[in-house]
Design a binder for this molecule. Structure first.
Ligand code: ZN
Ligand code: ZN
Length: 205
């Protein structure tokens, strides 16, 4: 199979699955992850798919087929992360309300912020859990600690704190950078653009 056949095959497969991890793709085609990344970025440039942390999502507007976006169709059961499909842990849950009235959950603030990147203006409201108390509060007003050494879920770590003071205390012990939701989005976008292979969880299938 040559490269262009492989990419065609990959798109068909992705369309059926809704989402695929880099590892799955590499194993399926017996190619290196480097090659997978090349294929994915090429296809993303053609707007044939969307790259996410550790893999790709089918592009709803590709192929002309009128079907819902991949995360909506692939994610059915409650309590599964809409980005990485891992079961969401209650004390880290990040929930998003979409403009079509749907309520989605992410396993942690890392995936929650990724969902903002994926769904952009479709997200009308987001709630995140305080890392210390578990209390749900508005992501818009939360304090995001990015890239600390405390990694309860996805990598790079993204923790949210209702109180700025607690966030600063936590940062003093565990490092990382503090910011608001927009800073967190910028942080992940930057991280995604430099390295798709950082997240160990994304690669555990
Ligand atoms: Zn997740
Ligand atoms: Zn997570």
């Amino acid at each position: 199979m040559n490269a262009s056949e492989r990419r065609k095959e990959l798109l068909k497969w992705l369309d059926r699955e809704g989402s695929l991890s880099t590892r799955e793709i590499a194993e399926h085609f017996k190619i290196t992850k480097m090659t997978v990344h090349r294929d994915l970025s090429l296809l993303e440039n053609r707007r044939a798919l969307r790259r996410i942390h550790g893999g790709a999502l089918a592009n709803p507007s590709s192929g002309g087929a009128a079907k819902p976006a991949a995360p909506e169709s692939a994610e059915t059961g409650q309590g599964k992360c809409l980005v990485c499909f891992r079961p969401a842990t209650q004390h880290l849950i990040y929930s998003l309300a979409l403009d079509n009235g749907e309520q989605k959950q992410a396993c942690c603030a890392h995936c929650g912020v990724s969902a903002h990147i994926l769904h952009r203006d479709k997200v009308v409201m987001a709630m995140t859990a305080d890392y210390l108390t578990g209390r749900q509060h508005s992501a818009q007003n939360s304090n995001f600690l990015m890239g600390s050494v405390a990694i309860p879920c996805c990598h790079p770590s993204m923790l949210t704190f209702e109180s700025r003071e607690m966030a600063e205390r936590f940062q003093a012990g565990f490092g990382g950078t503090l910011g608001n939701l927009n800073d967190a989005i910028a942080f992940l976008e930057h991280d995604l653009s430099i390295d798709h292979e950082k997240c160990p969880n994304c690669f555990q299938g």
